[in-house]
Design a protein around this ligand. Structure first.
Ligand code: PLP
Length: 387
């Protein structure tokens, strides 16, 4: 008999009843050190007092009005995002996959508005852009698309890192190229800065739009507000979600005025997107994260975590192969099956997240205290020893 919860997940047999900073408390009372942060979502830890205050204050006033009326929190958060980035305009969604839907629609409408027949979108193998029709068509992997055909047409896939293949695929019919500056689900695989620069130049040469999917790598995760800032290259359209809501469902599409030219009144919408509750939390997150001193701390903590992980790889060469990533978006490529490492972590009461390419992801809250980093490294050492 089918379970009452649609069985699309293989869940670990644990459930958490409370959280405090980087810690989760299981219903039996055990405390787990959370290096997954709800897959890079709880950017400021569990039960962060500033976010709890922002949400509960708004909850006592007004939850939802729909986008038929002005929502002051949207204006405030959109202004913050526009001030802090390449973007001129923002649309709020509830998730990353909805951000993908709009990014694709926006890119195609851009060309329609200009009277050009350009709809082809180039994406990369190993990528992840969400589970909607556009998201799985963009990622293109058999794991995500099999049985769901016919897929949304107009996507071309290039092998990650295949510069020749990209040059061959990109032409004056290309509407846009979509890429994660650091692949998350794919296994924490960064795109080198010079490749992002080359990609920007290649897009400019044929007039194609460039879409960055920063759903996982954005919002301070890499030690800059957005990961692409390390390269100095900017996109035309950017997808954001996960960390921006700190655990409240929130996403956004940021765009330049030129890229968004087709998105006129009535061309897109969302009942919930940017509702007052989400905006209260999103503004509270942005106030904390979009701050040079906060981001400097992320970089300092990243250095400590990374150094510890390098030591772990050196001490357990049969278990781990390499550390990669940036900021507090780190991956450990494993030699034993990555799911064995994640499971051994459960015994040591430490949570990590598996990813592609036999990696585990280390995505702690961005404000993880130094003593929790030390404790995480001790527990990961214990995990490796147990394997
Ligand atoms: C998680 C993720 C998405 C999808 O976000 P949802 O909120 O799960 O819909 C899209 N792109 C990337 C890079 C992601 O990590």
């Amino acid at each position: 008999m089918i379970p009452s919860i649609l069985p699309t997940y293989n869940r670990a047999p644990m459930s958490f009843v409370a959280g405090e900073g980087a810690w989760l408390i299981e219903k039996d009372g055990r405390r787990f050190l959370d290096l997954g942060a709800g897959i890079a979502v709880n950017s400021l830890g569990h039960a962060n007092p500033d976010l709890v205050a922002a949400l509960t204050e708004q909850a006592g006033k007004l939850w939802h009005t729909s986008n038929l009326y002005e929502i002051p929190g949207q204006q405030e958060l959109a202004d913050r995002l526009v001030d802090a980035t390449f973007a001129d305009t923002v649309f709020f969604t509830n998730s990353g996959t909805e951000a993908c839907e709009l990014a694709v629609k926006m890119a195609r409408k851009h060309w329609f508005e200009k009277g050009e027949d350009r709809f082809e979108i180039i994406a990369f193998t190993g990528s992840f852009h969400g589970r909607s029709a556009a998201g799985i068509a963009a990622a293109g992997s058999e794991k995500m698309t099999k049985g769901f055909g016919p897929l949304l047409p107009g996507f071309t896939h290039v092998a990650f890192g295949d510069h020749e293949g990209l040059r061959a695929a990109l032409n004056d019919k290309t509407a846009a190229v979509i890429i994660e500056p650091i692949q998350g689900e794919g296994g924490i695989i960064p795109v080198p800065d010079q490749c992002l620069k080359g990609l920007r130049d290649a897009c400019d040469a044929v007039g194609a739009l460039l879409i960055f999917d920063e759903v996982q790598c954005g919002m301070g995760r890499t030690g800059k507000l957005f990961a692409h800032e390390w390269s100095g290259v900017t996109p035309d359209i950017m997808m954001v979600a996960k960390g921006i809501g700190g655990g409240f469902p929130l996403g956004a599409v940021l765009a330049t005025e030129a890229a968004a030219v087709g998105m006129t009144a009535g061309s897109h919408g969302s009942t919930y997107g940017g509702n007052p509750l989400a905006m209260a939390v999103g503004n509270a997150v942005m106030k904390i994260v979009a701050d040079d001193a906060f981001l400097a701390e992320v970089n300092r903590k990243s250095g400590a975590m990374r150094q510890g992980l390098e030591g772990l790889v050196a001490n357990h060469p049969d278990v781990f192969e390499a550390v990669r990533g940036a900021g507090l978006m780190l991956g450990l490529k494993c030699k034993v099956p990555n799911t064995d490492v994640v499971k051994a972590g459960y015994d040591a009461q430490i949570l990590t997240v598996p990813a592609g390419d036999n990696a585990i992801r280390i995505l702690p809250p961005l404000n993880i205290p130094d003593e929790d980093i030390s404790e995480a490294l001790r527990r990961l050492d214990q995990v490796a020893a147990s394997l």
